[in-house]
Design a protein around this ligand. Structure first.
Ligand SMILES: [Fe+2]
Ligand SMILES: [Fe+2]
Length: 357
């Protein structure tokens, strides 16, 4: 990126405050009692930095991430840390990762990264890990146990024995609707690690898992899917408060499976359509338990915005701030035991979902 830090700060002008924030500002508030203080963290995801040639990159994707970083830098009070939810690069190239990390280096505060499939399938995560360290790990912060998973692995045969070149493999995984792709998975090695990691954690400690793909089975043809999701869910079952926050789907998405609340974060690059087919196909398991709608998937900022997640009840309540659209609040409804879109549940007020083929 040619813009240095000073030039970058200079360009953050007065008009900026009017823009919506394409990041998730997560607010964890535990009611002031007990040992967990109120704190926030920011979440930026799915930048898909894409090299055209040499030093030329797709400008729209650059601008999405630059905007998120600029606006995150204006947050007051400062979030305790930031997460990046994966797919920093489009085709896993060093140039893309370097360029993306250069933009991210302008973000003030500690940043932790989740591995996306677009970061991985060219060199199998080698350069990403060289720059950012292990692709799965955990940390504790103010009484909350956070786990980062690498959920975008797949069968060894597909990874190692199927493709004539690394770029063929990358391209096979990079498309949304690709019959040559392979289901994502966390894998036995990591599940073993997670089991050990969680064994140390008390059942009443809130656990928040960050993954790239959803740790649930939503829509296989688009790989909104994690093949061994149930094994991870089983390890989260003993916890009173368990939340999975994921990227990859480039849209607002939420679900409840048993004690686990699922929340997707939006992309800085582009929205994926929200398929009506979720409810039409038999391989969409489990069925999304709450009807959702979205606005316009062809509006470039539709899947971008920012949100607060408030956990004072022990369940996530996410407030989505959408640019040029109605804000959304998705809260846990104790009566139904599921998250509820408080603004859009009424059919008469709902924007119909797009039909997608
Ligand atoms: Fe993505
Ligand atoms: Fe992805």
């Amino acid at each position: 990126m040619s813009m240095n830090r000073r030039a970058f700060l200079k360009t953050t002008g007065a008009g900026l405050m009017a823009a919506a924030f394409p990041l998730s500002l997560v607010k964890l508030a535990f009611g002031g009692e007990g040992s967990i203080p109120d704190f926030t963290f920011g979440y930026i995801s799915d930048a898909h930095i894409q090299q055209i040639k040499g030093t030329r990159f797709v400008r729209n994707w650059d601008m999405g991430l630059i905007r998120a970083v600029r606006e995150a830098n204006l947050l007051t009070p400062r979030p305790d840390f930031f997460m990046f939810g994966g797919d920093l690069a489009q085709l896993g190239k060093k140039e893309e990762l370097d360029h993306g990390l250069e933009i991210m280096s302008n973000l003030r505060g500690k940043v932790r990264y989740v591995m996306g499939e677009h970061d991985y399938y060219l060199d199998l995560g080698k350069y990403w890990q060289e720059k950012l360290g292990p692709s799965y790990y955990s940390f504790d912060h103010k009484g909350v146990h956070f786990v980062v998973l690498n959920s975008i692995l797949t069968y060894d045969k597909w990874t190692y024995e199927t493709w004539p070149s690394p770029m063929d493999r990358m391209l096979a995984m990079a498309r949304l609707d690709n019959p040559k792709g392979s289901p994502f998975m966390v894998g036995e090695e990591q599940i073993g690690w997670l089991k050990k990691d969680l064994a140390k954690i008390n059942g009443n400690t809130p656990v928040v898992v960050f993954s790239h793909s959803p740790i649930q089975k939503i829509f296989k043809p688009w790989n909104f899917w994690t093949q061994d999701a149930e094994k991870v869910q089983a390890l989260l079952k003993p916890f009173e408060k368990a939340t999975v926050i994921y990227g990859h789907v480039h849209q607002i998405q939420y679900n409840q499976i048993g004690n686990i609340t699922f929340q997707a974060v939006m992309a800085t690059a582009w929205p994926w359509p929200y398929p009506e087919t979720y409810s039409q196909l038999t391989n969409a398991l489990p069925k999304i338990t709450v009807p959702m709608n979205r606005a316009d998937p062809f509006f470039e900022r539709d899947a971008t915005g920012w949100q607060f997640v408030d956990m004072k009840s022990g369940n996530t309540a996410m407030d989505y701030q959408l640019p040029d659209n109605q804000n959304r609040t998705v809260m846990f409804d104790a009566a139904t035991g599921k998250p509820k879109d408080v603004k859009y549940q009424d059919d008469s007020r709902r924007i119909p979902p797009q039909t997608h083929f």
